[in-house]
Design a protein around this ligand. Structure first.
Ligand code: HEC
Ligand code: HEC
Length: 431
């Protein structure tokens, strides 16, 4: 929560009374389409997103530096408005000048009686131990305090309770995935994590731990969670690394040294005007080539392993010609009338095999060949490896489509990535 951002001191706030009319004007212009004219979280765009925009009338705020159940401070609200919430549609509003943000804070506070009925109670998070943080102790606390029930043993949001959690607004409450710093709403630095542990995330099943253990332990825990965050390499291109021997198992240690490409996946399926929630939002792709074949390893987080129908599925889609990808545009709407055929490699957890066909849509013909593939599921993450013949000299657009069977994802209820360019080269024809 606290960083090196420009934030007026409490004294400066007091000396500079907010202009509520100006706050309302800025709210109507910038915030109401999501948060609603009345601040009830029911703006015209609200149904398009998960998590939903906050309902300001209840005065319940998730991200605070204050004790659970008490309102946030003005600085907390100023910080959220300025920097937004990672992994959500709440972007930062640094483009609005400080005075406007100050007026917005006052305006949204006025939407709930909570701010006059109770006062914020800042929580003391003690001292940052820095390099003295004890990661082993943090890991032990993670087990002892039962975090894994929701967040999973390795912190990948796959705990046994995860699927059933709901928030105060009757929406599914997904536990944080600690592998992915870029999804941690209010920041992934130890000080930000320790603040969440000390204050809880009000309105959600995430409790406060300030009374559970000494505050030093919360720091060890926060540093442990920080240590399991994974690196990401976002981008639009994938160039397989040259190798003499190609691994076939996902667990082969050779993969540890292979560069990765991270991609985001999302759903744009609507039902009754609201976006349908799907579970897979990230995958990483690695590729090695020996000059004849490419072997891929794809990892993606899926909170449940589905052994029966509906299966977990992953489709790796290649566009035979680059122009096909242009014609399709986003794979979200594929197949549509007149869609071109694409080269579909469809893996399913029930049969644990890949079927391949150049076809229109994901109902592959029964005659499609079955190709070897290896898949393993480990603590909330699937790993899949398979090989494909190299087409030297070509740049092939590829994209991923994922279905979490445990979330009843079938047909168009799916998560889809953008296209990335796969550069296929013969050995040594680069540089
Ligand atoms: C495109 C939609 C959108 C717009 C526009 C938007 N927000 Fe949000 N806002 C959200 C979403 C979604 C959340 C909830 C995120 C979550 O629950 O993690 C949110 C949450 C918040 C929170 C609550 C944080 C908490 O601790 O619970 C505040 C405060 C907030 N927004 C203020 C504003 C203000 C002020 C504006 C206008 C300057 C604004 N928002 C504009 C989508 C939006
Ligand atoms: C009962 C289920 C549950 C338990 C137990 C639980 N959490 Fe959470 N946790 C959640 C949920 C749900 C969220 C997401 C809240 C939101 O943003 O809507 C969350 C969010 C968080 C966040 C905030 C991440 C962010 O986005 O900024 C942290 C940090 C966290 N949990 C750590 C822990 C740790 C450490 C423990 C054990 C000491 C723990 N949690 C126990 C359910 C739980």
């Amino acid at each position: 929560m606290v960083g090196s951002f420009l934030c007026p001191t409490p004294a400066a706030w007091a000396a500079h009374p907010a202009d509520l009319d100006a706050g309302k004007e800025a709210y109507v212009a910038n915030c109401a389409r999501c948060h609603g004219d009345l601040g009830d979280g029911k703006g015209p765009d609200a149904q398009r997103m998960i998590p939903r925009p906050r309902d300001f009338t209840t005065g319940t705020y998730k991200f605070r530096t204050t004790a659970s159940g008490t309102p946030p401070t003005d600085e907390d609200l100023f910080h959220t408005i300025s920097y937004g919430l990672a992994g959500t549609r709440m972007l930062g509003w640094e483009g609005l000048n400080e005075e406007t943000r100050h007026n917005l804070v006052a305006y949204i506070k006025g939407l709930s009686p909570k701010f006059t009925e109770s006062a914020p109670q800042p929580v003391d998070i003690g001292k940052d131990p820095g390099k003295k943080a004890d990661l082993a102790r943090g890991k032990q606390l993670y087990a002892d305090l039962g975090c894994a029930a929701c967040h999973g043993a390795l912190g990948r949001a796959n705990g046994p309770s995860a699927a059933a959690l709901v928030d105060d607004w009757n929406q599914p409450a997904r536990p944080a995935n600690f592998a992915h710093k870029w999804t941690l709403r209010a920041g992934g630095e130890p000080k930000e994590i320790v603040t969440r542990l000390a204050t809880g995330v009000d309105g959600t099943p995430m409790p406060s731990y300030i009374d559970a253990v000494p505050v030093e332990d919360l720091w060890h825990l926060a540093y442990y969670l920080h240590s399991i965050q994974e690196e990401t390499e976002w981008g639009w291109a994938l160039r397989p690394q040259q190798a003499t021997a190609l691994p076939s198992e996902p667990a082969d240690p050779a993969w540890n040294k292979v560069p990765q490409r991270d991609v985001k996946l999302w759903s744009n399926l609507y039902a009754d005007g609201a976006v349908v929630s799907t579970n897979v939002y990230w995958a990483k792709i690695q590729a090695l080539s020996d000059g004849n074949e490419i072997v891929f390893r794809i990892g993606w987080d899926d909170p449940t392993q589905s052994k029966e129908s509906p299966a977990d599925q992953l489709a790796v889609v290649f566009a035979p010609e680059a122009s096909d990808a242009w014609e399709v545009g986003s794979l979200q709407s594929w197949p549509a009338a007149d869609s071109p055929a694409l080269d579909v490699w469809l893996w399913s957890s029930t049969a644990n095999q890949i079927r391949q066909a150049t076809t229109v849509g994901f109902d592959l013909p029964a005659s499609s060949p079955t190709l070897p593939a290896q898949a393993v599921y480990e603590e909330g993450r699937w790993w899949l490896t398979f090989k494909k013949q190299l087409q030297p000299g070509s740049v092939t657009p590829m994209a991923l489509v994922a279905w979490d069977g445990g979330n009843q994802e079938i047909a168009r209820k799916r998560s889809v990535s953008s296209w990335i360019d796969l550069t296929e080269e013969r050995r040594n024809d680069s540089r």
